[in-house]
Design a protein around this ligand. Sequence first.
Ligand SMILES: C[S@@+](CC[C@H](N)C(=O)[O-])C[C@H]1O[C@@H](n2cnc3c(N)ncnc32)[C@H](O)[C@@H]1O
Ligand SMILES: [Mg+2]
Length: 296
Amino acid sequence: MAWNHLRNLNRISIHRILHHRFQPLVNARFFSDAAASLPQPQPKQPSPPSSLKDNELAKFAAISDTWWDSEGPFKPLHAMNPTRLAFIRSALCRHFKKDPYSAKPLEGLKIVDVGCGGGILSEPLARLGATVTGVDAVEKNIKIAQLHAGLDPETSTIEFCCTTAEKLVEEGRKFDAVMALEVIEHVADPAEFCKSLAALTIADGATVISTINRSMRAYATAIVAAEYILHWLPRGTHQWSSFLTPEELVLILQRAGINVEEMAGFVYNPVTGRWSLSDDISVNFIAFGTKSSNNE
Ligand SMILES: C[S@@+](CC[C@H](N)C(=O)[O-])C[C@H]1O[C@@H](n2cnc3c(N)ncnc32)[C@H](O)[C@@H]1O
Ligand SMILES: [Mg+2]
């Protein structure tokens, strides 16, 4: 990141130096008078760097028609969904003082699901009463998500859009809660991505991120076992070096203005084939953070 920044700076200064050195001196006055009479370009707000990594997006585009096949490559996400939803539901209800026992506990909350894929999380959030926007950088994923959600009146109201968190920030969008589940390990710059998620979150709102720990256990289970032995995921789905430790995630969220208040692990029981919430954050984990009201 620092290197790219330096390279950009260098490009700008080299351009300036060349431009000034070769301006014919005799014409300088004419050009400056003419320039003054032209409409002056407005200073442009620098765009945030893109979170997109083409090779990562290509992996998801290649299997986009399998999003709703609960035995396909997204089987682990389907299997984990009730567990992660239980965590999100109870953390959101506690934070926003909602009744977790009501039929629509998330009613009144505007939630964005960043990197929503086929809408595996967006749909149950909508069923719990939230007003949901699902965004994904892969057009095919959004098409599948729209088609699937359209089958049920409770989910057909979800707004799906092929875009990124940083573009939503540019559009000035804000949400009570921002979700990015199993996405951060696939983006170009996790710290910048967290800044975009924070910017999308209202003051006193919530940001929720789930990902995989950069631990030896995660290497053995989430990569070697899941991709090479059990074939749950296509080989090469995950790069161990792209994982973040919980400490790193807490720190980059803190720098983005989000305080992590709760964290939990998801653990898999090979006997029952079920996932459950746990204190063990050594492989899969989820973090719930809030944006302080003076962080607008
Ligand atoms: C592992 S899937 C997770 C899907 C969903 N969040 C879930 O947990 O059910 C990761 C998704 O993130 C999307 N994605 C990757 N990088 C992205 C980015 N920079 N901006 C938006 N979406 C992105 C991919 O296209 C893919 O659909
Ligand atoms: Mg992943």
